[in-house]
Design a protein around this ligand. Structure first.
Ligand code: ACO
Length: 481
C-alpha cells in the first residue's frame, strides 16, 4: 500500500461561543490581554445538552454521510480524548452504536489518552494498522474529541470544544511521510487532572509553556537529522542497501547529517516545508513556537536565516538552552524576524483555533483543517510539518505530503464538506455571564447521575446528537436532532 494517510475529514464544534473581547471586560483584566496577549478571538463551549460523546457521534455520522462511506467498510476505530466521562468504558464503544445498527461489530481499536496527544496516538495507530500485515483492506477511522474547560483564573480563556473525524487509508490526498517523525517524551507536572471529581486540570501555566517550547526544540532537532539521513540515502540511491540502518536511525543520523552537509552544502530548514501546523492552546504560543524554529535554524546555520536575521540573532548565540527560554529579548527579536515566514507558512493554519479555542486532542487537526479551508486550491505537492503536544509530556513532529486526490477523497471535497465559514457564521454568541453560568451547571453535572437535560436543541443544526439523560445507573442517553 502506498500514500497511507487521511482520506477525508469532518469537524464539529458547538454553536455556543463567547467572544474573548467580552470576556476581557467581564473578567476585569486589561483590554487586549486575551485577544492580543493570548491571540484568541472567540471560544466554543458545550452547553448542558452537549459533551465529548455527542460531539464525536455528530462528527462520525457527518463523515460517513458526507463522503458516503458504508459503515461496514470501517475496520478500525480509534478515539483520542482527555475528557474523562467514564474511567473504564471507552468513547469508542459509544460510537459503536452507529456501526452496530449496520451489522458491523468487527472493528478494532479503543481510546488513547495523554492530554492533547491522544488524537495523534490514535491517528498513528490507524496509519500503522493500514501499513501493517494485520490490515484487512477496510478503512481506519480516527476521532479526536474534547471539551476544554478551566477553573476561574488566567487559564479559563484558553478553553474550547470540538470533535474531528478522519478517515484513514491508502492513496490518500494527505499522505504520511512515515519515516519523518521525531518525538520528545518526558515526565513533567505541567498540566494534569489528578482530581477525578472535577473536569478542571491542575495547571502550571508557565511550566507548560516552557515544556511545550522544549518539545518543539527537541522534536525539530531530531526531525531535521532524520530528514538529512533520508535525503542522503536517497541521493546515493542506496536505500535498499542501507535499509538495516533505519533500525538505528537516531544513532546514525548525526553522522549522516554531517555527510549531508558536505554533499549538499545545506541543511534541512523551515524553507523545506510549505506549512507548519502546531497544536494550538492559544495563538501566541504558536507564534512563539514558529519563532523558536527560526532560532533553531539560526543556531544550525541553516539557509532560512538571511544575513540581516543572523546579525539580529547574533547576541543570543551564546545563551544556554535554559537561558534561551527565559530571554524576553530573544522572544521579541526572533518573533520579529519570523513574522514574514509566519505569515506565509503558519497564519493560514490559525483561523479555527483562534475562533474556537484549545480543543485539546482536536486542536492540531482543527489547525490543519483551517489550512485546507484557506489554501486547498494550491496545496497539491506541498509538504506540511505537524507538531503535536500533550502535557505530561509527550510530543511528536511529523510530515505530510499533499496531493489533490480523487473525489470524494480530494482536498477540494474536504474543503467543501468542512464548510468552515458557514459553521463559524451560524454560531450563537453567549454573554460571559451565561458562559460562566453554564460552566457552573456543568460542574454540578460532572460525575452526577439521575438527571435529564433541558433537551433544548434550538441552537443545534439538524443531524446533531445531544445528551438527553443520565439515569440512576449513570448510563448516558443521546438523541439526534
Ligand atoms: N494587551 C496585550 N497583551 C497583554 C496584555 C494587554 N493588555 N496584558 C497581558 N498581555 C500579554 C502578556 O504580555 C503575555 O504575552 P507574552 O507571553 O508575549 O509576554 C500574555 O498576554 C499572557 O499574559 P501572562 O500574564 O503572561 O499569562 P497569564 O497569567 O494570563 O496566563 C497562560 C497565560 C499561562 C497561557 C494561561 O492561560 C494558562 O495557564 N493556560 C493553560 C495552559 C496552556 O494552555 N499551556 C500551553 C501548553 S499545554 C496545553 O495545551 C494545555
Amino acid at each position: 500500500v502506498k500514500n497511507v494517510g487521511i482520506l477525508a475529514m469532518a469537524i464539529y464544534f458547538p454553536p455556543s461561543c463567547v467572544q474573548q473581547e467580552a470576556l476581557e471586560v467581564y473578567d476585569g483584566i486589561s483590554k487586549g490581554k486575551y485577544t492580543i496577549g493570548l491571540g484568541q478571538d472567540c471560544m466554543a463551549f458545550c452547553t448542558e445538552v452537549e459533551d465529548i460523546i455527542s460531539m464525536s457521534l455528530t462528527a462520525v455520522n457527518s463523515l460517513l454521510e458526507k463522503y458516503q462511506i458504508d459503515p461496514k467498510q470501517i475496520g478500525r476505530l480509534e478515539v483520542g480524548s482527555e475528557t474523562i466521562l467514564d474511567k473504564s468504558k471507552s468513547i469508542k464503544t459509544f460510537l459503536m452504536q452507529i456501526f452496530e445498527e449496520h451489522g458491523n461489530t468487527d472493528i478494532e481499536g479503543v481510546d488513547s489518552t495523554n492530554a492533547c496527544y491522544g488524537g495523534t496516538a490514535a491517528l498513528f495507530n490507524c496509519v500503522n494498522w493500514v501499513e501493517s500485515n494485520s490490515w484487512d483492506g477496510r478503512y481506519g477511522l480516527v476521532v479526536c474529541t474534547d471539551s476544554a474547560v478551566y477553573a476561574e483564573g488566567p487559564a479559563r480563556p484558553t478553553g474550547g470544544a470540538a470533535a474531528i473525524a478522519m478517515l484513514v487509508g491508502p492513496d490518500a490526498p494527505i499522505a504520511f511521510e512515515s519515516k519523518l517523525r521525531a518525538s520528545h517524551m518526558a515526565h513533567a507536572y505541567d498540566f494534569y487532572k489528578p482530581n477525578l471529581a472535577s473536569e478542571y486540570p491542575v495547571v502550571d501555566g508557565k511550566l507548560s509553556q516552557t515544556c511545550y517550547l522544549m518539545a518543539v526544540d527537541s522534536c525539530y532537532k531530531h526531525f531535521c537529522s532524520k530528514c538529512a539521513l533520508l535525503i542522503i540515502l536517497l541521493s546515493f540511491d542506496v536505500l535498499l542497501l542501507c535499509k538495516p540502518l533505519f533500525i538505528g536511525l537516531v544513532d546514525f543520523s548525526k553522522k549522516a547529517h554531517c555527510l549531508y552537509e558536505k554533499f549538499e552544502g545545506k541543511q534541512f530548514s523551515i524553507n523545506d516545508t510549505d506549512y507548519v501546523v502546531f497544536h494550538s492552546p492559544y495563538n501566541k504560543l504558536v507564534q512563539k513556537s514558529f519563532a523558536r524554529l527560526m532560532y533553531n535554524d539560526f543556531l544550525r546555520n541553516a539557509s532560512s536565516i538571511n544575513e540581516d536575521a543572523k546579525g539580529k540573532l547574533a547576541p543570543f548565540s551564546s545563551l544556554s538552552i535554559d537561558e534561551s527560554y527565559q530571554s524576553r529579548d530573544l522572544e521579541k527579536v526572533s518573533q520579529q524576524i519570523a513574522k514574514p515566514l509566519y505569515d506565509e507558512k503558519v497564519q493560514p493554519t490559525t483561523l479555527i483555533p483562534k475562533q474556537i479555542g484549545n480543543t485539546y486532542t482536536a486542536s492540531l487537526y482543527s489547525a490543519f483543517v483551517s489550512l485546507i479551508d484557506s489554501k486547498h486550491t494550491s496545496l497539491a505537492g506541498n509538504r506540511v510539518i505537524m507538531f503535536s503536544y500533550g502535557s505530561g509530556f509527550t510530543a511528536t513532529m511529523f510530515s505530510l505530503r499533499l496531493n489533490e486526490g480523487q473525489h470524494p477523497f480530494s482536498l477540494s471535497n474536504i474543503a467543501a464538506v468542512i464548510n468552515v465559514a458557514d459553521k463559524l457564521e451560524s454560531r450563537h454568541e453567549f454573554p460571559p455571564e451565561k458562559f460562566v453560568e453554564t460552566l457552573k451547571l456543568m460542574e454540578q453535572r460532572y460525575g452526577a447521575n439521575d438527571f435529564v437535560t433541558s433537551k433544548d436543541t434550538s441552537l443545534l443544526a439538524p443531524g446533531t446528537y445531544y445528551l438527553t439523560e443520565v439515569d440512576s445507573l449513570y448510563r448516558r442517553f443521546y438523541a439526534k436532532k
